[in-house]
Design a binder for this molecule. Structure first.
Ligand code: ADP
Ligand code: MG
Length: 617
């Protein structure tokens, strides 16, 4: 045998290290802007092209770099921010690892121009795949400009791994917002493909929040302020009525650094207890000031978690501070939220605007109307329709479509696989009928040949609606129902953007509406949705579009799933035999009736044998 260990060539080592720090265009944006903040800039511009894939350009008016530093800064572990290990415990800067620039130049083409205040000329450095291509004196303003082009040009695997432009853009937007909110005293400009998206003037936090997230935030904010030896807390929480089912406006900063913490989130949530529905998340922008030696930011560069020495005390202080603020601003301590009133104005507000109750005109629409034909012809058109389900459904199949084929001749039960046989047996099970049934919670119990069949009927409804919409959607737009009083929903800029991006599809699915002053005003909704579930459904759709990385081709599936889920929340009456029969029939007409499209079990069969087993002794 011999020696096998080799040292990796420098450029490969750099590329590997780069992968740790720079995962996507948004990571570059974060690192460059943080460097500008660290350099004491009072003005920072971010210009990107093609969601950062082609160009990320950050310009600041900070302290700039000397000609030597302009070259040194690209080396691994080159930093001006710490000198000795002890400095780690007094960090005031965002960066300190000296990894960002060396990582970026390993995987992109970078052009730097920088000048210090007293210098007459600046320095220009061009560097590509860690190799310096050019270094020269240049004329440029005081401060620093970094252009990062063709990210991952030499790591195709990474480049291919990037998500579609709108997703990458959203990540950039998110990073930008976090820094812009953390530094309201800095002027920011943000452009994409030459179009100005934001121009933020320096000012107070409240104004910054409004400028970044929409002017409508202004009268939603309740100030929070608390000062103790352990922590100083400052910032705002959103009034309880603006809490959301989905996470969105939750911002924690410690010493002006954004971080995430489910522990502190819980602390805020506790302060909102009884004021918002249990599953909702309150919105907040909370700034902690803590002695830097009491926190550990020495975590992975891409992580946003931070360790706090006095975590428990801060938790308690935070809950109390938020509670106090809510009390001060007259938010009643206990409202009854048993009913879902997420979007109502709280009862305690005397100036509350009285809204006309929203009614869906189509009150008579019953998605569980029993259809006369037991099987929709359309369910036979799908390529996935297999011999097996055709065989089972033969009795119910409309003669007109069956061409009088004797299906028995084609398929005998022996030809079927185990799971298919089981399925067939289940199908036969239900033929016991729906004369007797019991409903407990969301479960429907029916006698079957060999025992008992239990159907989770909410899930059954979800699946029925899902498949029916899916089928119809392929052929034509889904039937939508005009509403007498339009539904209104406030959305943030980003959410509105999401909506616009997918508007055509949403129209096809039955949502019709317009956008006015951050309000989404819906004049028509899919007719399977009841009025009480529309806003919930929109919430779900927005969070799906916004938070999940979905392939374009899958968007329709997810949206239909959202609609189906919301439709399943509808109160339906399964009081009589017809209603139960209708439900069961439609469930068994589904191509997949054992599980919902989100993978949850719908039917369970309990055999008499199993029950008898329990009575053996
Ligand atoms: P870190 O920020 O961890 O020190 P970076 O690789 O991000 O490491 O930057 C390396 C060094 O380059 C910084 O420590 C700083 O001295 C210098 N530098 C980077 N960006 C700027 C900037 N915009 N203005 C002035 N100096 C900068
Ligand atoms: Mg840095």
């Amino acid at each position: 045998m011999g020696d096998f260990i080799r040292l990796l060539p420098e450029h490969i080592a750099n590329q590997i290290a780069a992968g740790e720090v720079i995962q996507r265009p948004a990571s570059v944006v974060k690192e460059l802007i943080e460097n500008s903040v660290d350099a004491g800039a009072s003005s920072i511009e971010l210009h990107i092209k093609d969601s950062g894939k082609t160009l990320i350009h950050v310009v600041d008016n900070g302290k700039g770099m000397s000609p030597l530093d302009a070259e040194l800064c690209f080396q691994r572990h080159a930093t001006s921010k710490i000198q000795k290990a002890e400095d780690l415990f007094h960090l005031k800067s965002k960066g300190f690892r000296g990894e960002a620039l060396s990582s970026i130049v390993a995987i992109a083409y970078v052009e730097l121009k920088t000048r210090q205040k007293d210098a007459e000329t600046g320095t220009k450095v061009v560097i590509e795949g860690s190799e310096i291509k050019l270094k020269e004196e240049c004329v440029c303003p005081v401060g620093t400009s970094f252009k990062v082009k063709n990210l991952f040009f030499n790591v195709p695997a990474r480049r291919n791994f990037l998500k579609k432009d709108s997703t990458e853009f959203r990540h950039i937007q998110e990073e930008f917002e976090r820094i812009a909110l953390a530094h309201p005293d800095i002027r920011f400009i943000f452009t994409h493909n030459g179009k100005e998206l934001l121009q933020l003037q320096p000012g107070v936090l409240k104004k910054r929040i409004a400028n970044v997230l929409g002017e409508n935030q202004l009268d939603r904010l309740i100030p929070v302020e608390e000062s103790t030896d352990i922590v100083k807390i400052k910032g705002f929480v959103l009034k309880p009525e603006y809490s959301r089912k989905t996470r969105g406006d939750q911002f924690f900063f410690v010493n002006n650094r954004f971080f995430k913490s489910s522990y502190f989130h819980h602390a805020v949530q506790r302060a909102f207890e009884n004021l918002i529905p249990a599953k909702n998340h309150p919105g907040y922008f909370l700034f902690f000031e803590v002695d830097p030696s009491k926190i550990d930011v020495n975590v992975h560069p891409t992580k946003t978690e931070i360790k706090f020495e006095d975590e428990r005390s801060i938790y308690a202080i935070l809950t109390t501070a938020v509670k106090l603020s809510l009390g001060k601003y007259n938010i009643a301590p206990s409202l009854d939220f048993d009913v879902d009133t997420t979007f109502d104005i709280p009862l305690s507000d005397p100036n509350r605007e009285v809204k006309v109750p929203k009614i869906n005109v189509d009150e008579n629409y019953n998605p569980f109307h029993v259809s006369k034909t037991k099987l929709k012809p359309s369910s036979f058109t799908g390529a996935k329709q297999d011999n097996f389900s055709s065989a089972i459904n033969k009795q119910g199949f409309d003669k007109e479509h069956s061409n009088s084929v004797d299906w028995e001749e084609f398929y005998s039960i022996e030809d079927l696989s185990d799971s298919e046989q089981l399925q067939l047996i289940k199908e036969e099970e239900r033929e016991e009928g729906t004369n007797q049934f019991i409903i407990k919670g969301n479960l429907l119990f029916l006698p079957s040949r060999s025992g008992l069949m239990v159907i989770h009927y909410k899930r059954a409804i979800e699946q029925i609606v899902y498949e029916e919409l899916q089928q119809r959607f392929i052929h034509q737009p889904i039937h939508s129902q005009s509403v007498l009083f339009p539904f209104e929903k406030e959305l943030t800029n980003k959410e509105l953007e999401c909506w616009r991006e997918n508007e055509k599809l949403l129209n096809q699915l039955g949502f019709k509406g317009e956008i006015k002053d951050h309000q989404l005003i819906l004049s028509a909704i899919p007719s399977v949705l009841g009025s009480e579930n529309v806003l919930d459904c929109i919430d779900d759709i927005i969070s799906t579009l916004f938070h999940k990385d979905i392939d374009k081709g899958d968007i329709a599936h997810y949206l239909i799933l959202s609609i189906a889920k919301s439709a399943s929340k509808e109160e339906i009456s399964l009081k009589d035999k017809e209603a139960v029969e209708g439900l069961v029939n439609r469930l068994f007409q589904c191509q997949e009736h054992n599980h919902t499209s989100s993978g949850l079990k719908i039917i369970e069969t309990i055999h008499l044998d199993e029950i008898y087993k329990n009575f053996k002794n």
